[in-house]
Design a protein around this ligand. Structure first.
Ligand code: NI
Length: 395
């Protein structure tokens, strides 16, 4: 067992080119959320080839299982998201997306590749570690309700029930060869806000005969700014942005209906739902005080990603052992969202970042852009870290 680390590193080095090819295949054939039919088939094909059993869940999800020694001793889940984004790729590379308007611009091709690589390594070394590793190839990370929530409803965290779950995410701001971890709050919850404001429209020259809902909406936008600034603990970040106002069509008609949309983000679940009530109350009372009616719909999205402190500490120590302490950093908190939050609400989770950037090679584009790409030497590191955590963490 002592040289398990070396064995994992050797296999990752030996297979690295093969898995770069796997990434090229996935990158060239991206599919949108919940439509990952070919991707799912490709993952199953690879698992068949490795001799790893699996089952299909949530239509395109693939749940594999690798048993080490004493399979009942511990169960660890490793998760990769498999879906792509509606973005037209602008990279001029041989493995450029073949699906027009669809691109792996958030690195989910890399996540899937690293988990496949880790699966092959863990399976070959299954006599050298204990417990069971559950592989979760998850659809639909990029779109509500989030593939994670569907898989959990279908029982992915049962039979057997993992005691911990890990996922990696590419980070172009982090140099290749490095990883970053963070205990506690990592990413925000994200909820969508929809408002419909109605009033009596009319001639702009006779405002006294109308309810000016443009003015009502303006007051609401301003009033909503106090939700966070006057009610949220300033030590816990939160964001409320109104990003769209649609109403009216000309210079001299006061409209009778107007729509607004926005996003609300938080890192505390209690505050999150209290804020929803405040948003409704402030928007409603402002509208009513001015004679308008308002309909508010809050589409509740992903919960915040909270890393279990003990699990994160353990994973970080293991990462330092694998990569050297100088290559492990602390991730900053972000107000972006990830449906990994659904898992971390249920069981101890650790969401960590894989460095894929390389300033010298000009690989700096951020995720969700048409020119996002990675330094592919990151794949070897991503594979070996996943395998290492799968074999060693969660005791
Ligand atoms: Ni992503």
């Amino acid at each position: 067992m002592n040289n398990l680390k070396e064995k994992i590193k050797n296999l990752a080095a030996a297979y690295s080119d093969n898995f770069i090819d796997v990434r090229h295949h996935l990158h060239a054939n991206p599919e949108l959320s919940y439509e990952e039919v070919q991707t799912s088939g490709y993952i199953r094909q690879r698992l068949d080839e490795f001799g790893i059993p699996y089952k299909v869940m949530a239509k395109t999800g693939v749940i594999g299982s690798i048993q080490g020694k004493n399979p009942g001793k511990r169960v660890i889940a490793l998760r990769a998201d498999i879906d792509a984004l509606p973005i037209e790729e602008k990279n001029d590379v041989p493995y450029r997306s073949k699906n027009q308007g669809v691109m792996h611009a958030c690195g989910h091709d890399v996540h899937t590749t690293c988990l496949l690589g880790a699966a092959k390594i863990l399976n070959e070394l299954r006599n050298e570690w204990e417990g069971t590793v559950k592989l979760i190839f998850q659809p639909g990370e990029e779109r509500n309700p989030g593939g994670a929530s569907i898989l959990i409803k279908e029982g992915v965290l049962k039979n057997p029930a993992p005691s911990a779950i890990f996922a990696l995410h590419v980070h172009p701001g982090l140099p290749v060869g490095r990883f970053s971890f963070r205990p506690g709050k990592v990413m925000a919850s994200a909820d969508e806000l929809y408002f419909t404001i109605k009033g009596k429209g009319g001639h702009a020259a006779t405002p006294h005969l109308t309810t000016d809902i443009i003015l009502v909406a303006s007051h609401i936008v301003v009033a909503l700014q106090q939700v966070i600034s006057r009610n949220n603990n300033p030590l816990t970040p939160s964001v409320l942005s109104i990003c769209s106002i649609q109403g009216g069509h000309t210079t001299n008609v006061i409209p009778s209906e107007l729509k607004m949309m926005g996003t609300f983000r938080a890192l505390d679940e209690t505050w999150r739902f209290r804020a929803h009530e405040l948003i409704k109350k402030i928007a409603t009372s402002t509208a009513e005080s001015m004679g308008a009616t308002i309909d508010i719909h809050i589409d509740v999205g992903y919960p915040a990603v909270i890393n279990n402190e003990k699990l994160n500490d353990e994973a970080r120590k293991l990462a330092e052992e694998l990569m050297g302490a100088e290559n492990i950093e602390t991730t900053e908190m972000r107000m972006g969202a990830e449906d990994f939050g659904y898992y971390s609400q249920e069981i101890p989770g650790c969401f960590y970042r894989l460095g894929v950037g390389n300033v010298e090679k000009g690989i700096t584009a951020t995720v969700h852009t048409p020119i996002f790409n990675i330094d592919e030497s990151a794949i070897k590191y991503g594979m070996e870290m996943m395998a290492w955590l799968g074999a060693k963490a969660g005791y």
